[in-house]
Design a protein around this ligand. Structure first.
Ligand code: GTP
Ligand code: MG
Length: 313
């Protein structure tokens, strides 16, 4: 984004920004094209921090090219959030990744929201317990963020329920434009608070009701595409995980024939690195299927939704 400020880069506080500006480095482009050695000298920073800032500036500008070592550095900082079920974690090779968008889709009651809430709790666990020890931004579009349920899950995870709720920044989106705006504004909260996860539950519900009918499909897809880009940029810039939920088409006559295809079609599908199809099984059991992930084997995991949250079946 060309309109981003130096202070928007992770690791750049007011003081550092001041030093950089004094030295003539007052645009993202000037930072993006610096060497780490120069930056660390000019702004009096460690080389690791300098490197991180340069990578973030390049990302912000979307210069397109990255060196192999940038890429390696980025992969090294990638972390995972546990889903509280060994089966489920195995399916995802450890859990939900930072720097990527993970989409949970399925019909009503398939446990999309339960997965999102569990991740919002688990993100706050210490790293050795499968968390990031960080807070959460939760964009709630259907008014299904239930604090009491979060408290239950927090207790189940051995965390202090009050603290867990204090570390989740919830915003209710009233329509799709509001939802887009909230994602764009999330940057401010992410910068001020150590945020490891951004949830959008549901990604598509507001779009679905705001853009009705075939005539508005193109516009809807365009807006959705932009929204996904905003989320991906946040994921990259701040090393956060992004989790979105998505309903499936219930009416086969509508737009697509496959009754299990997710709303938003290829726009959402392409933007999500991990797509998890959830379906109901007997009683509290749910089945998660990993769908076309380029580097993990396709497979399924069975888990349960209990009082404590997600558990192995
Ligand atoms: P929609 O948003 O309606 O499309 O559904 P969803 O996929 O988000 O389903 P959600 O995650 O809300 O619920 C899935 C299931 O979790 C429910 O059908 C319940 O069986 C279970 N569940 C939800 N809340 C609780 C709870 O507080 N305790 C227990 N034990 N189970 C719950
Ligand atoms: Mg839900």
């Amino acid at each position: 984004m060309a309109d981003a400020n130096l202070e928007d880069l992770p690791g750049v506080g007011a003081k550092t920004a001041e030093k950089l500006k004094d030295a003539g480095y007052d645009t993202l482009m000037s930072i993006a094209t610096m060497s780490a050695a120069d930056l660390s000298e000019v702004a009096d920073l460690g080389s690791k921090t300098a490197n991180k800032i340069i990578i973030a500036a390049r990302k912000e500008l979307d210069l397109g090219f990255q060196t192999g070592s940038d890429k390696l550095e980025e992969r090294k900082s990638m972390a995972k959030i546990s889903l509280s079920s060994e089966n489920f974690n195995d399916l995802l090779d450890g859990g939900v990744e930072t720097q990527s968008i993970t989409e949970f889709y399925g019909e009503f009651g398939s446990a999309k929201t339960q997965c999102a809430l569990q991740l919002a709790v688990n993100c706050q666990l210490p790293e050795e317990d499968g968390g990031l020890d960080k807070g959460v931004v939760f964009i709630d579009t259907e008014d299904t963020f239930i604090p009491e349920r979060v408290e239950q899950m927090a207790e189940g995870a051995g965390l202090d329920p009050e603290e867990v709720l204090d570390n989740i920044f919830v915003a209710r989106a009233y329509n799709s434009d509001h939802q887009i705006l909230l994602a764009e504004k999330a940057q401010d909260i992410i910068k001020k608070n150590d945020i490891g996860l951004i949830v959008v539950d549901s990604l598509t519900a507001q779009f679905r009701s705001d853009y009705v009918g075939r005539g508005q499909l193109a516009e809807r897809q365009q807006k959705l595409n932009k929204h996904m880009h905003t989320l991906q940029r946040l994921a990259n810039t701040f090393n956060t995980a992004v989790v979105v939920t998505n309903q499936v088409m219930s009416n086969p006559g509508q737009l697509f024939g496959d009754p299990t295809s997710a709303i938003g079609g290829h726009i959402v599908g392409h933007a999500s690195a991990f797509r998890i199809y959830l379906r109901k099984s007997k009683k509290d059991k749910r089945i998660a299927r990993l769908v076309d992930c380029p580097y993990l084997p396709e497979g399924e995991a069975v888990f349960r939704v209990t009082e404590n949250g997600l558990e192995d079946a």
